[in-house]
Design a protein around this ligand. Structure first.
Ligand code: G3P
Ligand code: MG
Length: 244
């Protein structure tokens, strides 16, 4: 398993610059200089992986309701860009397949965050990985597959044992080291707001690359990199790239 990580990863595309988890957002991240993006994948009611962060469509589209209660055709009928700015009106919730195809076309590496609706952790990981593996070329560096859901990461070890996994941490659980042993992640993806130099040192001591999210202040990004963080996941690639 080869894992080459850039210093900067665009969060949900470039979330502060274009609507999150949209194709326009991924293009914007690339334009701003990102070479890798993170996005969130969950299942529609009819089992199609789509890119959206929340459990409902309310915040990021012109519709309302739970993603788990909507088929992909209903989700695709929504406007996922106009809320951010009129120039993005008409953007759709992408399917995972569309997101990955665009990433390949414009030369972006990807971090797929599996963000299952509660109760669909295993199914979501299984279908996301089936979909991604069916189209991702074997000669390209494999996507980094991350999740807060341990059951999704566990399923990833079965569905894509050779693809790198990122163990997402917000409130560090007491048994995090045990989880690392069990889930054999390639990276630790940690919420920087919760971490101290000491806690970051614990992660770095594992020998795994540490990715910090979501860092939008260039001075903070510099501190984290100096402490040994490998990559910064950011909403504003244009602000963070100059300090690299
Ligand atoms: O993968 C890093 C980050 O995206 C995790 O949190 O809530 O923004 O998906 P969230
Ligand atoms: Mg995410």
């Amino acid at each position: 398993m080869t894992l080459t990580l850039p210093k900067i990863i665009g969060h949900r595309g470039a979330m502060a610059r274009a609507p999150e988890n949209t194709l326009a957002g991924f293009r914007k991240a690339r334009e701003l200089g990102a070479t890798m993006i993170e996005f969130d994948a969950k299942l529609s009611r009819d089992g199609v992986p789509v890119l959206i962060h929340d459990e409902t469509v309310d915040r990021t589209t012109d519709g309302s309701g739970a993603v788990r209660d909507m088929d992909v055709d209903e989700l695709r009928a929504l406007d996922a860009g106009g809320w951010f700015g009129p120039e993005f009106a008409g953007e759709r919730i992408p399917t995972l397949e569309e997101g990955l195809r665009l990433a390949l076309e414009i030369g972006l590496a990807v971090n797929i965050e599996i963000k299952p609706c509660p109760g669909r952790e295993i199914e979501t990981a299984r279908i996301v990985l089936e979909t991604a593996r069916a189209l991702w070329p074997a000669d390209k560096p494999a996507p980094l597959i991350s999740s807060f859901a341990l059951a999704s990461l566990e399923q990833s070890t079965l569905s894509a044992p050779d693809w790198p996994r990122g163990y997402l941490i917000w409130d560090r659980p007491d048994d995090w080291r045990e989880n690392v042993r069990r889930l054999t992640p390639a990276t630790l993806n940690v919420g920087h707001e919760r971490e101290t130099p000491e806690s970051l040192a614990d992660y770095i001591d594992t020998g795994l690359p540490v990715l910090a999210y979501t860092v939008n202040d260039p001075a903070r990004a510099r501190v984290l990199l100096d402490l040994g963080v490998s990559s910064i996941i950011t909403d504003v690639p244009d602000l963070i790239l100059p300090i690299i």
